[in-house]
Design a protein around this ligand. Structure first.
Ligand code: NAP
Length: 191
């Protein structure tokens, strides 16, 4: 499995990984859901995120409508009365990271990745914490929609892992891994 290195090496540092599918112009969805259904992409997201806590916005939670099995759904909301079965509501990115770290420790599986799962507001709030972006880049430029935040491409080492041809109902798309060139501070500072 392509993302197992961190688990097997025994590296104890927590790492935040952003997982996103975006068009060439950074559009990620129409506000209530995804715009494309790409063959194999859900399977890829499952493989990248299994066993990890997912940090998502309340609107993305609503668009999925349920917790994804084998992962913890941490949902950012400013509504202190919000709750949903199998979701952990939090009021800030820092609280989300802390909840993810606690859950990983309780699992005791050696997994150290926390996933930044979207949508647009949550990518904007959490991208500064991410070391890696696992991006599906779609050859499309929708005129409107929710966007991934602008980021400085010079700060990331971008590798295209695989390209997929277009089909009848979907454009061509490409799996990219972007690794931050400048090291980040620990997600949770050592005491
Ligand atoms: N293509 C992809 O990879 C991908 C991935 C995920 C989502 N999406 C798409 O993205 C779209 C949704 O994105 P979005 O930007 O509209 O919404 P979002 O980021 O999913 O959620 C926004 C909500 O999160 C809460 N929130 C945001 N910042 C917060 C903070 N600092 N503290 C506490 N709570 C905070 C608020 O919830 P309350 O209103 O409850 O206070 C806010 O309304 C959908 O179309 C979805 O399908 C695409």
């Amino acid at each position: 499995m392509e993302n197992s290195d961190n688990k097997e090496s025994g590296n104890k540092e927590l790492e935040m990984v952003c997982v996103v599918a975006m068009a060439r112009n950074r559009v990620i969805g129409d506000g209530t859901g995804l715009i494309w259904h790409l063959p194999g992409d859900l399977k890829r997201v499952k493989a990248l995120t299994m066993g990890c806590p997912l940090i998502m916005g309340r609107r993305t939670w609503d668009s999925i409508g349920r917790a994804l099995p084998g992962r913890l759904s941490i949902v950012l909301t400013r509504n202190t009365r919000w709750s949903a079965p199998d979701a952990v509501p939090v009021a800030s990115m820092e609280a989300a990271i802390s909840a993810g770290a606690d859950w990983l420790q309780a699992q005791g599986q050696g997994e150290r990745r926390i996933i930044l799962f979207g949508g647009g507001e949550i990518y904007a709030a959490g991208l500064d914490y991410c070391k890696v972006i696992e991006a599906t880049i779609i050859d499309a430029e929708p005129e409107s929609g929710v966007r991934f935040p602008k980021f400085d491409e010079n700060e990331w080492q971008d590798s295209c892992l695989e390209s997929m041809a277009s089909g009848e109902d979907y454009p061509a798309f490409h799996y990219h891994r972007l690794v931050r060139k400048t090291p980040l501070a620990d997600l949770i500072p050592k005491s």
